[in-house]
Structure formats: structure tokens, C-alpha cells
Ligand binder design. Structure first.
Ligand code: PFF
Length: 453
């Protein structure tokens, strides 16, 4: 019986915050946010992303966490518990979430693999060069080497799996409590250095002055996808973490804090990166190369650059760890609770599945370079399919579930901690957004962005 399994949980309010923020903050802030903002015209994109976060992200995040805490179970069981006895198979949202988790982890773990490799390369000094050709070929050599790509990826999976084996309280909560403060210190240090560079104004203007001519339906979909990806929504991650929340935790307040802190980290990452990029004459629209080629080239030209580079990649590794923990926890807890596996067994099986599936992304730049589906390599396909299709789809279904199936009374009771909190206005507003606004808006953006109407 799944109920018979003793569940772990977050033991303190600070732990709830660091674990949840640890999930939201990740390579999304350091790799995706700056490169997508760069590629889509800067501040205009930022504005759309902000709107998507407020109108769609925040309500969906509150919905997921509230559902998880109400049912105190993995995503599949949560949907089964909260839905009426007879009716549609809503638990499929949980199963879809597990699929999305595997797809995202497959490519995400490869980028994390590059980040971990770069921490060591920064320490060893091999990527310290102001000559772009040198940094470019260093990155090219890493991603084109199948053995290195696979080994780093497997190393990352085993490392994260090892933390998960310590359990929810000691592993996830314990580690994120230690890592999140380190992340802020490193980020503030990098920002302080970046703000002393010559072209600060140009970099900040790029980030904060909107150019609306670049905003198309595709760009709006990308911004919305980023909002989902950033806040770890639409795949049961926040639902799973919600199930570890304490009963007296104020969910709307915690969610708002996490959203703002996550945004703050993205802004700081932008402030750390763009002035540096402009000051040394680079183009911001450089995709993932921004982090792995431009950053090393730029930092090599700043006094103390090697230390800064170590700090930068350590920061990225720290951020990625919290996010990976939350993603892997979804299949682990489902296998553990639904299929009665022990946590170690569930973790090992998740790692094994990712070793197989993830290799299609790890080998994208070597053995599988010519293998394409729908015109995309596996890395880009998994990224696109998860951020722009699966996560928004999960978001629509979750919003519809809360707004039309679970219903206002249950939602309000759970969100007000059974009447302990006087937050009727907030819960009504969130409920309204979930029932009417979020599903329609997500659907329109998705269909338009995918060119389906
Ligand atoms: N929010 C993480 C980031 O921005 O890097 C990525 C992520 C974590 C996506 C967990 C989805 C998820 F369920």
C-alpha cells in the first residue's frame, strides 16, 4: 500500500524555501535566460517573460504546491486522490510529468555535465584564453568527444542520485540549505566585477530597454516556455515538493518569494554576463555558446579572470544541482510509492533509464550528429518538446483540474491552511486565473507559437 510508506518532508520553513528555490534556480537562469534574452532582442523578451511568469507561472505554481500538500503523495497518486471517484483519468497528468522529467533530464544533465567539466577546466586553466578560437575549440573538443560527454553525464547522474539516496530531509533539504547561500555570494561577486567594466551601460540597456519589433508569436511561446521551465512547472516537480511542505507553511507567500528570488537570480546573471560581453565586443545572441565560449574568452581578459571563471562555473554547478535534484525526485518518488520499490532501487532505475535516454543527447555532437527527428537533433528536440509543448500542456491540464474539477472550496480550504490564514482575496484571485485565464492563454500562445492556427 502506497499510504503505508513513511514519507520524508522538509523540516523547516527555511528548508522549504531553499529546496523550492533550489529547484527553480538552475541552468535556466544562467544558461537559458541570458541566451534566450540575447537571441530574442533583450528587454522586450524580458517583459513578455515577466508577464507570463505573473499571469501564468505564479497561479500554476501555487496550484501544484497546494495539490501536492493536500494529498501528500507523488503526482500520480495526488491526482487520483484529489479527483472524484468516477471520471477522467487525471492521473495521466502525473504520468506525463514523469515523461517530461525524463526528456528534460536527458538534455539538462548533458549541459550540467559540461558545467562540471568546466569547473575542472577552469581550475586547471585550460580554458583560460582571450583568443576565441582557443575557447571555441576547447568547447568543441569536449562536446564532440563521445567518451568524455558520456562519462561526465554519468558522473553527474550518479552524484545527484547519491544526494537523493540521503532522502528528502537530509539530502534535498540539507544540501540546498548549504548551497543556496553560496550561490548568492558567488553571483553578487560576479555582478560587482561586471559593473566595473567599461561598457556597463550598453549591457544594461540591452537587458532593460525593450525593442518590441522583435516580438513574434514564436518569441511569446519561447518566453512562456521559459516561464514554465524556470519555475519547474507542468511536470509535477512543484507538486512533489508541495507534498513535502509543512502544513503551516503559507503557500502563496512562499511561492511569491521563490518567484521573486528566482527572477532576481536571472537578473543578476544577466547583469553579470551582458556588460562583460559588450565590453569585449561580443554578440549577445550566441545561444549556449554564450556560457561556454564567450564567458571564458571574456573573463580571460579581466584581472583575476581565472578565479572569476572558477566562481562562475561553480555557481552554475551549484544552481544545477538543486534543479537536478527536484527533477530526478519526480520519477524516484513515483517508482518508490507507486511501484513499491525501495528509494535506492528507484534511484538506481532512474539513473539507468537516464543513462540510456540521456546518451542520445550526450552524443548529439558526435556519433549522433546526423540523426534528426522533425528536423531537430535529439538535444534540441527534447528541449523544444518539453519546454514548448509538454510543460505548457501540463500547465493547462493542471489549471483546468483545479478550476473545474477539484473546485473552489477544496482549493481555498487547502490554500488557507484549513482556515488558519485570512487570505480569501488571494485565493479567489488565483482561482479565477486558474479557472478562466491561464488555460486559455496558454492554449492560445501554444497554438499560435507552434503555427497551428
Ligand atoms: N527550473 C530549472 C532551471 O531553471 O534550470 C529547470 C527545471 C527544474 C525544469 C525542474 C523543470 C523542473 F521540473
Amino acid at each position: 500500500m502506497s499510504n503505508a510508506i513513511k514519507r520524508g518532508g522538509f523540516s523547516s520553513s527555511f528548508g522549504v524555501l531553499t529546496a523550492t528555490l533550489g529547484s527553480a534556480v538552475g541552468l535556466g537562469n544562467i544558461w537559458k535566460f541570458p541566451s534566450l534574452t540575447g537571441a530574442n532582442g533583450g528587454a522586450g523578451f524580458l517583459l513578455v517573460y515577466l508577464l507570463a511568469t505573473l499571469v501564468i507561472g505564479l497561479p500554476v505554481m501555487i496550484a501544484e504546491i497546494t495539490m501536492g500538500r493536500a494529498a501528500k503523495a507523488n503526482p500520480i497518486t495526488t491526482l487520483q486522490t484529489l479527483s472524484p471517484k468516477k471520471g477522467l483519468p487525471w492521473w495521466l497528468i502525473g504520468a506525463g510529468g514523469m515523461l517530461a522529467a525524463f526528456l528534460i533530464l536527458s538534455f539538462y544533465s548533458e549541459v550540467v555535465a559540461w558545467v562540471f567539466a568546466y569547473v575542472f577546466k577552469a581550475i586547471g586553466g585550460s580554458i583560460l584564453s582571450s583568443d576565441r578560437h582557443v575557447t571555441e575549440s576547447a568547447f568543441g573538443a569536449l562536446i564532440a568527444d563521445p567518451v568524455q560527454s558520456l562519462l561526465w553525464q554519468w558522473g553527474v547522474l550518479v552524484f545527484i542520485g547519491g544526494i537523493l539516496l540521503l532522502g528528502v530531509t537530509k539530502g534535498i533539504e540539507g544540501i540546498t540549505k548549504k548551497l543556496m547561500p553560496v550561490l548568492f555570494v558567488l553571483l553578487l561577486l560576479l555582478c560587482a566585477v561586471s559593473l566595473t567594466l567599461p561598457k556597463v551601460g550598453e549591457g544594461l540597456a540591452f537587458l532593460f530597454k525593450p525593442d518590441f519589433s522583435k516580438i513574434t508569436a514564436g518569441v511569446i511561446l519561447t518566453a512562456m516556455g521559459l516561464a514554465f521551465f524556470k519555475l519547474s512547472l507542468g511536470m509535477g516537480t512543484m507538486m512533489t515538493y508541495g507534498s513535502y511542505f509543512r502544513d503551516d507553511q503559507n503557500i502563496p507567500a512562499t511561492t511569491l518569494r521563490v518567484m521573486l528570488a528566482d527572477l532576481f537570480v536571472s537578473m543578476l546573471a544577466g547583469i553579470a554576463i551582458f556588460p562583460a560581453v559588450f565590453s569585449f565586443g561580443f554578440e549577445p545572441a550566441a545561444g549556449p555558446a554564450l556560457v561556454f565560449i564567450t564567458i571564458p574568452t571574456v573573463f580571460s581578459q579581466i584581472p583575476g579572470g581565472q578565479l572569476l571563471m572558477i566562481a562562475f562555473f561553480a555557481l552554475a554547478a551549484v544552481a544545477a544541482t538543486g534543479a537536478m535534484l527536484s527533477m530526478m525526485e519526480v520519477p524516484v518518488v513515483i517508482l518508490h510509492e507507486r511501484f513499491g520499490m525501495s528509494r535506492p532501487k528507484a534511484t538506481l532505475l532512474t539513473i539507468a533509464a537516464l543513462v540510456v535516454l540521456g546518451s542520445s543527447c550526450a552524443l548529439t555532437n558526435s556519433l549522433l550528429a546526423d540523426f534528426k527527428l522533425f528536423g531537430k537533433n535529439m538535444f534540441d528536440l527534447f528541449d523544444f518538446a518539453s519546454s514548448n509543448v509538454l510543460l505548457p500542456l501540463g500547465g493547462i491540464l493542471l489549471a483546468v483540474f483545479v478550476g473545474w474539477v477539484w473546485g473552489r472550496d477544496n482549493f481555498q480550504r487547502a490554500l488557507s491552511n484549513q482556515g488558519e490564514l485570512q487570505n480569501a482575496a488571494v485565493t479567489s484571485a488565483v482561482f479565477f486565473l486558474l479557472r478562466y485565464v491561464s488555460p486559455l492563454l496558454i492554449l492560445i500562445v501554444m497554438l499560435k507559437g507552434l503555427d497551428l492556427f
